[in-house]
Ligand binder design. Structure first.
Ligand SMILES: Nc1ncnc2c1ncn2[C@@H]1O[C@H](COP(=O)(O)OP(=O)(O)OP(=O)(O)O)[C@@H](O)[C@H]1O
Ligand SMILES: [Mg+2]
Length: 281
C-alpha cells in the first residue's frame, strides 16, 4: 500500500488492487493556505456529507464508494483515528476535468457578467444582481494546467469536443441533476449551495462514476439561507469566522501564519458540525 496523494486536506492510499482509501483530515485551508491548527472533527463532517450525498443520488449516477466501514479496509486503518473519516473507494480512470456547477451569479462569473462579457460561452437572457439565483444552473468545467496548480476554465463545449458529445452530455446531465436534488435538500434545511465542483471517472466497463468528495463545504460554496440577501457578498457558512479573523489580523493568504485563537477554532468547528446536522437527515 502506498500513499499516492497528500492533498491540502485529504490523504489518498492506493491498495494496488483497483481500490483506494481516502482519509479526510481536520486540516483547513483558507485563502489557499493550510492553517496551523486542526479544526476538531472537520474531516468527519466532510466525510459524512459526501457519504450522505453519494447515497442520496445513487439512482442518478453511480459513485466510487465501496465502504465506510474500517473492517473492510487494510489492518493499518483499523484504528480509532481513522473512524468516521475514511472511505474505501473504487480506483477510477479519472476524467481530467473539474465539473463546476453554478446556481448563483457569483465569483468569477459575476466579475465577467458585470463587465457585460459572456462567461465561458454562457450568455444571460435576464439581468442579474450579485449572488442572485440563476434561472437554471450551468456547468462550467475547468481542466488541470500542465504545470503549476492553476486550473484553466473551459467552456462546456470544449469538454464535450474533447470527451465526445455522448460522454460530455452524460456528465453535464448527471452534474446538474445531482446539484439540483441536493440543492433542494440543503435549502429546505437552511443552507444554500451556491456552486460546487464534481469530479467524475470511468470504471472498468467505461461507465461514468461520481468520485472524489461531493457537495462538501470544501468543494462548494455554502451560504446561510437565513441571512442570504441578493445584491450582497454572502459570507461562507463554514469559513466566516476564520476568514474574518484572518482579514482583521492581516493574515489572509499569509503562509507563515503561526496560530489561530481557540475561539476561532471552536466557532469554526461548530459551523462545520452545523452543516452536518442540517444536511445529514
Ligand atoms: N475514485 C477515484 N479514483 C481515482 N482517483 C480519485 C478518485 N476519487 C478522487 N480521486 C483523485 O484523488 C485526488 C484527491 O486528492 P485531493 O483532492 O485530496 O488533493 P489534490 O486534488 O491533489 O489537492 P487539493 O487539496 O487542492 O484538492 C484527486 O486528484 C482526485 O482527482
Ligand atoms: Mg482535489
Amino acid at each position: 500500500m502506498k500513499k499516492i496523494i497528500s492533498g491540502k486536506v485529504r490523504e489518498v492510499y492506493d491498495l494496488e488492487d483497483g481500490r483506494m482509501v481516502i482519509v479526510t483530515t481536520d486540516r483547513l485551508s483558507a485563502f489557499d493556505v493550510i492553517l496551523p491548527r486542526l479544526i476538531p472533527d472537520k474531516g468527519k463532517v466532510l466525510n459524512a456529507l459526501s457519504n450522505f450525498w453519494f447515497d442520496y443520488t445513487k439512482d442518478i449516477v453511480k459513485s466510487h464508494m465501496i465502504s465506510s466501514d474500517l473492517k473492510d479496509m487494510p489492518a493499518e486503518f483499523q484504528k480509532p483515528e481513522y473512524e468516521g473519516r475514511t472511505i474505501l473507494v473504487k480506483k477510477l480512470k479519472m476524467l481530467p476535468y473539474e465539473v463546476i456547477v453554478r446556481g448563483y451569479m457569483f465569483g468569477s462569473m459575476w466579475e465577467a457578467y458585470k463587465k457585460g462579457e459572456p462567461f465561458l460561452g454562457h450568455k444571460f437572457d435576464k439581468t442579474y444582481q450579485q449572488a442572485e439565483k440563476l434561472a437554471e444552473p450551468i456547468v462550467t468545467p475547468s481542466t488541470k494546467a500542465e504545470f503549476g496548480n492553476h486550473d484553466i476554465n473551459v467552456t462546456l463545449q470544449y469538454m464535450k469536443d474533447d470527451l465526445g458529445e455522448e460522454l460530455g452530455s452524460k456528465i453535464e446531465k448527471a452534474a446538474i441533476a445531482v446539484y439540483k436534488r441536493c440543492y433542494d435538500h440543503a435549502y429546505k434545511n437552511g443552507i444554500i449551495i451556491a456552486d460546487t465542483k464534481f469530479e467524475f471517472g470511468l470504471d472498468e466497463n467505461g461507465e461514468l462514476v461520481l468520485a472524489d468528495e461531493v457537495l462538501t463545504p470544501d468543494s462548494s460554496r455554502f451560504w446561510n439561507a437565513a441571512t442570504y440577501k441578493v445584491g450582497t457578498n454572502p459570507a461562507s457558512f463554514d469559513k466566516q469566522y476564520v476568514r474574518d479573523w484572518l482579514k482583521a489580523n492581516n493574515l489572509a493568504g499569509d503562509p507563515n501564519i503561526k496560530t489561530l485563537p481557540d475561539d476561532v477554532v471552536d466557532k469554526t468547528a461548530a459551523l462545520y458540525k452545523e452543516c452536518q446536522n442540517r444536511i445529514c437527515r
